[in-house]
Design a protein around this ligand. Structure first.
Ligand code: ZN
Ligand code: ZN
Length: 196
């Protein structure tokens, strides 16, 4: 059963937008943060609620933004669930329904780094600073990692099966996705680098 405030929030947001409310499914989890999923074809929003009340509210509003925003577009075969149009709706909901903007930026930024780029484009207050801080953090992390070392020098890939995976028998690296498809068509070379 969803808490009363959550049911009320769904009704309020949908009434303001002039759309029908989704069915709200709510369950609790023994963790700090919440997660959610919106299923348009089922007309439902499901939230798995953690302990943090701000995160519960943000998660529900995030899902309601999926409910209100135009259906996700596709770009080069990928579905864009969290594009500029989505964040236009989401940040407006956070602002109108009691999620402090700084909280929205830090939580969205942690889950979807590209949200900060969209927030800047939407002139969300504090987005420039959050974006800048994230760039500094990324640069520091890269510096701490140090240069990547060559573990196995460049060689011709030899594909072998390893259970449900395919590996290169020379260096042991797992080969997946488009790279695997390409190497199946014609042979290629690669170098094994340290993760850092
Ligand atoms: Zn989402
Ligand atoms: Zn290899």
């Amino acid at each position: 059963m969803a808490p009363e405030w959550a049911d009320a929030l769904v009704r309020e947001v949908c009434a303001e937008a002039g759309v029908a409310s989704p069915v709200l499914r709510w369950r609790r989890a023994l963790r700090q943060n919440s997660s959610g999923v919106t299923r348009r074809h089922e007309r439902s929003v499901a939230v798995t609620a953690g302990h943090d009340p701000v995160d519960q509210r943000l998660t529900l509003l995030h899902e309601l933004a999926h409910w209100l925003a135009a259906p996700a577009r596709r770009h080069r075969g990928r579905v864009l669930h969290h594009d500029l149009n989505f964040y236009r709706v989401a940040f407006a909901l956070y602002l109108q329904h009691g999620v402090p903007t700084a909280e929205a930026l830090s939580r969205e930024g942690a889950r979807y780094p590209s949200s900060l780029r969209h927030a800047r484009a939407l002139f969300v207050v504090g987005a420039d600073e959050a974006w800048g801080l994230r760039r500094i953090a990324l640069r520091q992390r890269a510096r701490l990692r140090g240069p990547r070392r060559v573990l196995v020098a460049e060689h011709t890939v030899r594909l072998v099966r390893d259970g449900r995976w395919t590996r290169c028998s020379v260096c042991g690296a797992r080969v997946v996705g488009p790279v695997l498809a390409r190497l199946r068509r014609r042979s290629g070379r690669h170098t094994l680098l340290s993760i850092g």
